[in-house]
Design a protein around this ligand. Structure first.
Ligand code: NAP
Length: 336
């Protein structure tokens, strides 16, 4: 049987790297897109040992003709659209860019698939942020969206485009509603990476305090390699359903902070809460039910949030720690 071909946008990001590795292990031909106007770091792909086996192609995702050409030339069985502006905090600073980047490429892909490649299966990276201040927890596939950030609004718009094309044209197009997921490849401006990096620096004596935003909120944290496995399972399913992918429990960020401090032998006094890092609007608590994914996708998830933090602490190399730090990314702060 012919090997499958998959296109991954955002292949240089955390999820893109792990997904590329997973699909290569499954003998896929993997094509990753790079924006010709960005200087994307290939460091993550190197760390997962996937760089030499993926086929990287320039593609401006804002251009319908670029997206069409990409599909015509490669005849993909599956497209995983992961590229995007992925930071909630940054979305308050750059709402227009966030809206445009997180929606227009989705429509380009859906419309290109509709017109030239109807058998291609499409995955879109939705987010738990779409639920916003939900009335009841855990949220499920039936919970209404009440977005409270430009990021979440952009994801709701893209999510609705996916279901609109699925329902209108019968495409196999789905959204994975993923909750926070972390790994050593998480970008340096996100909470877990900032916490571990700064704790390490304080322990080494090169920094005085750990600067954090609101640590009283609660989130549902998971481990990225397990979550990209769920993305793949969603595109192998008989029916194009949207799924929540989450651990099923929330933890106060404060508890993760205390865990990391204890691992580095640091006192709580080295935490500096900086109101500058607070968001204009915040979700106090968020966790989901992964029952539908467990039943339908045979997907299982077992790690606790502190175990995920231990993976970051024990990693030989974290994205953005030390020599692999990327100045452009490191200049962004305040993301969970
Ligand atoms: P990430 O590490 O921030 O990666 C984002 C990817 O998008 C990178 O490859 C980045 O390229 C690319 N990108 C950024 N701007 C672009 C542009 N203008 N044109 C083309 N590509 C561009 O994000 P992630 O954690 O892997 O998340 C993947 C997707 O899942 C995102 O859409 C995110 O919003 C969504 N999501 C993530 C989580 C989570 O907890 N991680 C939860 C829910 C949903 P560069 O390498 O050049 O920066």
């Amino acid at each position: 049987m012919k090997n499958k071909t998959a296109i991954i946008t955002g292949i240089t990001g955390q999820d893109g790297c792990y997904l590329a590795k997973l699909l290569l292990e499954k003998q896929y031909r993997v094509i990753g897109t790079l924006d010709p106007n960005r200087q994307s770091s290939l460091h993550g792909l190197k760390l997962v040992d996937a760089l030499s086996n993926v086929d990287l192609r320039d593609c401006n995702l804002f251009s319908f003709s670029d997206v069409q050409r990409l599909i015509l030339e490669n005849e993909p069985n599956e497209i995983y659209h992961l590229a995007g502006q992925s930071s909630v905090s940054e979305s308050f600073r750059q709402p227009v860019h966030t809206m445009e980047l997180n929606t227009r490429p989705v429509i380009n892909f859906l419309d290109a698939i509709r017109t030239i490649s109807r058998e291609t299966r499409f995955y879109h990276a939705s987010s738990s942020e779409m639920f916003g201040k939900a009335d009841t927890l855990p949220v499920t596939e039936q919970t209404h969206f009440r977005p409270v950030s430009p990021y979440a609004v952009s994801k709701v718009a893209a999510h609705n485009c996916v279901s609109c094309y699925r329902d209108s044209y019968g495409l196999f197009a789905v959204s994975g509603v993923l909750f926070n997921h972390e790994s050593p490849l998480r970008r340096p401006h996100f909470f877990t990476q900032r916490l571990v990096r700064q704790a390490r620096e304080v322990a080494a004596g090169t920094r005085r305090r750990i600067r954090l935003g609101n640590i009283e909120v609660r989130r549902d944290f998971g481990y990225a390699p397990d979550y990209v496995d769920a993305m793949w399972r969603m595109l192998q399913h008989e029916v194009p359903y949207d799924f929540l992918i989450c651990s099923g429990q929330s933890v106060p960020l404060r508890e993760l902070v205390e865990h990391v401090l204890s691992r580095f032998g640091l006192p709580i006094e080295c935490i500096h809460i900086d109101p500058e890092l607070f968001r204009p609007n915040e979700i106090p608590d968020m966790f989901g039910s992964n029952q539908f994914a467990r039943e339908q996708l045979d997907w299982n998830y077992a790690l606790g949030p502190c175990e995920v933090m231990d993976i970051l602490i024990n990693a030989r190399c974290n994205f953005g720690h030390g020599e692999d730090s990327n100045d452009r990314i490191a200049s962004l702060v305040g993301s969970i």
